[in-house]
Design a protein around this ligand. Structure first.
Ligand code: GRF
Length: 191
């Protein structure tokens, strides 16, 4: 008998390339998780259209006009309706509230495009280049009340090359994000 798969919901705001990597990894029979919901604060996010076309359940709501507490309450209800056990943030460009973190304590993870604890927040690649770093990368971490501050679950490194721009470095990091996130999420749900 195979173990039941852990139910994962993915939150995104944009193109969703990390979400796609997680969904594709979940198609492997041995993958310990399944994607039960892809949700977004941006109804027009390309990642939502992709997920819907795959037949994955999707949920969207814009917080504009209703405010963050009402938005997050509706999101929470959608996650519980989908029976989500773990939430994977994948380019979700909204700060989650302390209330939301507390409700899902230890069950929300995120991928961040830097080698944490370096470069929390935005513009990570530009900051790594400006600092003259030889190595950049990405981190998967547990989401807590502190921005990009929870336990680091896994990291992957890439070289910063002469002539790199934030865009060329971002593209090199993104390729390793996809592998790191799928592997780390699988380890996280199994632990
Ligand atoms: C990635 O660089 C991720 O590290 C960051 O936001 C970006 C999302 O890209 N949190 P995508 O939507 O997964 O393509």
């Amino acid at each position: 008998m195979t173990a039941p798969k852990r139910k994962v919901a993915i939150l995104l705001s944009g193109r969703g390339s990390n979400m796609i990597a997680l969904v594709e990894a979940a198609r492997e029979p041995a993958c310990p998780y399944e994607v039960v919901l892809v949700a977004s604060d941006k109804p027009e996010a390309p990642g939502i259209a992709w997920a819907a076309a795959q037949g994955i359940a999707t949920w969207t709501l814009s917080p504009k006009g209703i405010g963050k507490p009402a938005y997050e309450a509706a999101l929470d209800a959608a996650l519980r309706h989908a029976q989500a056990e773990t939430i994977a943030l994948a380019g979700y460009m909204r700060l989650v509230s302390d209330t939301f973190v507390a409700a899902w304590r230890g069950r929300i993870i995120n991928i961040h495009p830097s080698l944490l604890p370096k470069y929390k927040g935005l513009d990570t690649h530009a900051r790594a280049i400006a600092a003259g770093d030889a190595v950049a990368g990405c981190s998967v971490h547990v989401v807590t009340e502190e921005l990009d501050g929870g336990e680091v679950l896994g990291q992957a490194e890439v070289a910063v090359l002469p002539g790199d721009t934030p865009d060329t470095l971002a593209a090199r990091v993104l390729a390793v994000e996809h592998r790191l996130y799928a592997r780390t999420l699988a380890e996280f749900v199994a632990r």
